[in-house]
Design a protein around this ligand. Structure first.
Ligand code: NAP
Length: 248
């Protein structure tokens, strides 16, 4: 069966690393992005140059119509989706809870939580044996923040990732007899652009001393865990929350 993967937020960081590894592993890859077309095109170009199959689609995961259109395009251009990585995620500027307004909370939950729900819904409708599908696997990209709470920085983001953990547990059980495995990775502090969007580009350097392994992680180290959870090697693993956080 052809392996077809959708990776949301695949233009940069952990998503881009996952796209490269998935292509090496024989997946036809669809990455999504929000605005950064040049970065998304570069990821696709590298995969094509290496002989793989890849497309990039702009789709805001917080907009339901965008997600529906994304899955329809993948149906038409690559074939039935067999793997989904709910990776797109955002931070806002570091702040205390007493300084957060509801517009900020709406943005954080719309992208980090609702987007993952709607993408998973579209995937389940296609993968579930209940709907005539051939099964598949979903990996949600949560965060160690869901365990730690991120005080003084982004409790909103940490709480959204807590919702992703619970979503992973519930959906995994809901579709366990329908050929679909659902797991999450919880990265620790990884070298990507996301820290700049939170207002502190050098955050990894500041906090790495608090990590038992005394270093930040590379996007590829998270991507390896994602690919394993998607693989047949993880055939009895569902509802797992896999920490990829250097012991933190
Ligand atoms: P990143 O480098 O900031 O990249 C974010 C990606 O998400 C980009 O491809 C971006 O597209 C896309 N994106 C943002 N908002 C989107 C939306 N509304 N719809 C669709 N795509 C959207 O992030 P990252 O650090 O690789 O993080 C990836 C995931 O890992 C996130 O869920 C994050 O919460 C989680 N995580 C990261 C860390 C870490 O330390 N880096 C730790 C724990 C968990 P554009 O390029 O078009 O902007």
């Amino acid at each position: 069966m052809k392996k077809v993967i959708i990776i949301t937020g695949g233009s940069r960081g952990i998503g881009a690393a996952t796209a490269r590894l998935a292509a090496e592993d024989g997946y036809a890859v669809c990455i999504t992005y929000l605005r950064n077309e040049d970065a998304a095109s570069a990821v696709v170009r590298k995969i094509l140059e290496a002989g793989g199959e890849a497309i990039a689609i702009t789709a805001d995961v917080s907009v339901e119509a965008d997600v529906v259109r994304l899955f329809e395009r993948v149906d038409a251009e690559l074939g039935p989706v067999t793997a989904l990585v709910n990776n797109a995620g955002i931070l806002e500027q570091q702040a205390r809870v007493e300084d957060m307004d509801s517009a900020r909370l709406s943005r954080i939950f719309a992208t980090n939580v609702f987007g993952s729900f709607i993408c998973a819904r579209e995937a389940v409708r296609r993968m579930s044996t209940r709907h005539g599908g051939a099964g598949g696997a979903i990996v949600n990209v949560s965060s160690a923040a869901s365990r730690i709470g991120s005080p003084g920085e982004y409790v909103d983001y940490a709480a959204a990732k807590g919702a992703i953990d619970t979503f992973t547990l519930g959906l995994a059980k809901e579709v366990a007899t329908e050929g679909i495995r659902v797991n999450a990775v919880r990265p620790g502090i990884i070298y990507t652009d996301i820290h700049a969007s939170g207002g502190e580009p050098n955050r990894v350097e500041r906090v790495k001393g608090s990590i038992p392994m005394q270093r930040g992680g590379q996007p590829e180290e998270v991507a390896q865990a994602i690919l394993w959870l998607l693989s047949d090697g993880a055939s009895y693993t569902t509802g797992a929350l896999l920490d990829v956080a250097g012991g933190r």
